[in-house]
Structures are given as structure tokens and as C-alpha cells.
Design a protein around this ligand. Sequence first.
Ligand code: MSP
Length: 512
Amino acid sequence: MKSFYITTAIDYVNGSPHLGHAYEKVLTDVIARFRRMMGDRVHFLTGVDEHGQKVQASARKRGIAPQQYVDEISAEFRALLPRLNISNDDFIRTTEERHKKVVREVLQRLFAQGEIYKAEYKGFYSTRQEQFLQEKDRLPGGAWPEIFGEVTEITESNYFFKLRGYQDWLIEFLTKHEHFIFPSYRQKQVLEFLKEPLNDLCISRPRERLEWGIPLPFDEGYVTYVWFDALLNYYSAVADQPGVWPAAWHVIGKDILVPPHAVYWPIMLHAAGIPLPHGIIAHGWWLQSGAKMSKSTGNALNPLDLVAEFGVDAFRYFLIREMNVGQDSEFTREQFLVRYNSELANNLGNLVNRTLNMTTRFAGGVLPSAELSEEPEQELHALWAKTRDEFIPLCEGFQFHTALERAMQFVTATNAYIEKRAPWKLGKSAEPRDQALLRTSLATMAEALRLGVALIQHVTPATTAKINDVLGYVPGDAWRDELHWGQKLDGASVAAALVLFPRPAPAVPPKG
Ligand code: MSP
């Protein structure tokens, strides 16, 4: 069995989770479930980033101790996971001892190897981004870009990690491992970034300025820079589990690719003598009116509102169907409703209703066998073979939006097949050929439905399970064996009805 370790970024707990955080969990879950369906031994980690200035500031604002604050908000992030049907195996908090222990060990090792030195630093610091700025970060007019928030000039002694010495190694590594970062155009951007000389990385913050962090093992007067601490979660969570590291894939947003994940992380691991992960998947942003959805801009949507209104699978389906992994997508309620109505309710929901309804009406609720195979059946079989063969490589290449589009095209074609065969007409005829065609069309639509929902199982697991259930079908363990057109439902007793995607309540009309 192939080992497949997949992680999400760990969220800052300085506010409630929003749709962007939910998307990353759902995308990672879809990949994890797909790899399990393909037979891999999957380990799926998610968690929270609990240290640092932002968290300390948020706790102060509330007038409570940081630990109490992170306990509260982390519980909120954790509670989101079952609501989104996320199949994670582990959840890490960076305040846990298992994590702090590994951070101390790695720091101590790098310090002992002479990779970390102390120096005085004078310059500009962004609290919001928790990073030191350089002259080249300024806008043409001299001001600091919005994203840095308040910028202050400071002078202090700190510890630095010798990043610069590894620049050539990293360039060579990325040149050799062309597919380290997905999408590949992002890898090119990293190589562009590496054309400028790297600065060594400041990995400490003096205790007087920041209390809330992991103390440096070699100098208690300092805490560890939050990114150096946070990145290590991917490794600390599995350090004592044999066979997991380094078969790792990190799913992150494009904003935290360069420099943390694409530069600091590989260099930290390489310098510490730890093998590198397999790759990084950098997704785009959910936007509202063109701007990144975020806590600080106040344009964030609560994912749980959408789940409450439309159900978890409709929510998951929309996120995965709408977003091309790597690119940005605008979130609008209108577009959500378009896909909900046309793809889920009217297409898939309709096929389920017709199958159950007609099998009940014309066959006493027991699925008959297909007896004939004429042009309409053969066309559908051929489309199935093509859909299935293209589907797996699309998912392997993270092209889930296209994979779902193909699966839905197959569902559309099955509905068109039903129109062509018109079982409601055949049911009125006593002719033996019409009766054989009726049985064939019932068997064909049910088998096509079973196959169609097997394809979307990683995206809509609860819906697939419900549909299998009403079809009286228990799938086998090997997902790929389920994908053969195989009359698997002959003689199955189906339920009379299933409401999957009810019509949403009409939006409240604007006042006035
Ligand atoms: N704590 C760091 C990550 C450390 S990983 C070792 C962090 N946290 S975050 O809470 O700001 O973001 C967590 C993840 O959510 C990131 O991958 C980020 O890209 C993602 N998203 C936050 N807003 C987003 C959107 N509007 N759209 C999609 N994902 C975005 O960064």
C-alpha cells in the first residue's frame, strides 16, 4: 500500500473560520478521500496555528490570557470539521507538547550545527505580517503596502537562520523536481523570486515584545518566530509515526507559498537533515467583489450558514465544481444557486427521482435486468467508458472541477437516455418488446446512476451513500472495481422516494 500524507495549512486562531478556510479543508478532504478510493494508505492532518503576535493581540483585546483565548477559538475551528464532513485523521495545535518538543529539537540541532547566529537588526517591522520589511517592499511613492498594516522601525538583537547559504541548493532542487509545486506556473514564480539574493531569516522575537511563543532552547530570552514554529507542525505531528513522513503533500493558499512554504520550509528541512515532502498544492482565493475574502476586511462568509441552508454536500460540491485549483474564484450566491438548481436538483436529483419513481411504478420497486442493448444503451455505455477513463487522471492531476463537469455530463446523458426511451410510454404497452425495453431502461438508468454517484463519492460522500442506500446497493471495498458497467443492481429493492436537494427558499426581496 502506498503511503499518502496530506496536510492543510494550520489556521491562525485570531478570528472565526470563514469560507476560505473551509474551502482548504474541503479541497484537502477531497484529495484524501480520492487517494483512499485509489487504495493508498492516507494520513490526513489539519490543525491550528496558535502562537504569535496576532493571537497575542487578539487575546489582549478580549482581556483574557492567550491560552484561554486559543482554547476557545481552536474549539471553533475543530468543530467546523465534522460539519464539513472532513475525514482528517489528526488535528494538531501548535501549543501541544508533541509539537513544541520537535520545534525545540530542530532549533537545537540547527544551533549546534552553526546554522543559527545572533546579530543586531535595525529596520522596519510589520506586526500584521509578523515580518521584517526591506526597502524593496515599499510602494513607488515610499509608503508601505496596505497588507503590512502598521509598520514600525525597531532596533533589536535577534537570532538568524542562515537561509542565504542554501539559495543555490534550493534553485537546483526546484530545477530537478519540476513538479514540486502545483500548479507548475507557481513553481516558475518561486524560481523568479530566487533570482534576487535571499536574506537570512530572523527566527526569534524578544520576550519583551512577544511572550506568546515557544522559547528558544538556547536562549530563554526569546521566543520562536511564528512561521518557523508553525511550518514544523507537518513534521512534528507524525515524527513518531513510522512510514508517514516524507510522503507528504501540503495544501495551502497562494498567499503563503512564497517565501514560507516554497523557501523557508524546504531549506529548514534540508539544513536539519530531514527528507523533503513530495510536493505543495497552492490553491487560489475566494473573492467577494474582486477582493480576497478575509477576517480583516470584514467580507468573510460563514461557511456554516451555507451548510445550514443547502446541506453539506451541496456546499462541498459547489466549492470543488466552481474553483479551478490554483486560480481565484468569485463567490456569489447567484452562482451558487445556479449550480445548485441546474446541476444538483434538476440533473442529479431528477435522475434519482425518476429512477426510484419509475421502478416503483412499473416494476414493483425491484430492479429488473437489462435484456436488450440497442443504440441508446450502447451510446450510454460508450460515454460511461470514456467518462470513467478520463475521470481518474483528472483527479490525480487535481482537476476536480473538470472531473465533476464530466461526471455531471454523464448524468445529463442518462437523463437524455430516459427521455429517448420514455419508460412512461412503454409502461402503457403490453407488447413483449416494449416490456423488454421498459425493463432494460429501468436497469440502465439505475446502473448509470450507481456509476455516476460512485464518481462523485469523494466530493459528496453523504449523497453517494444515501443514493446507494435507496438503490438497495452496498458497494465493495475496492472503488475501482465499482466502476465497471456490471448489472450490479439486478433484483435490488429500491426505496420509493428520496428528497436530496430541496428547492431553496426564495431570497428575501430587497426592501423598497
Ligand atoms: N497560520 C498561517 C499558516 C501556517 S501553515 C504552516 C496562515 N493562517 S490563515 O488562517 O491566515 O490562513 C490559513 C489558510 O487559509 C491559508 O492557506 C490561506 O491561504 C487560506 N485562506 C485564507 N483566506 C482565503 C481565501 N479568501 N480563499 C481561499 N483560501 C484562503 O496563513
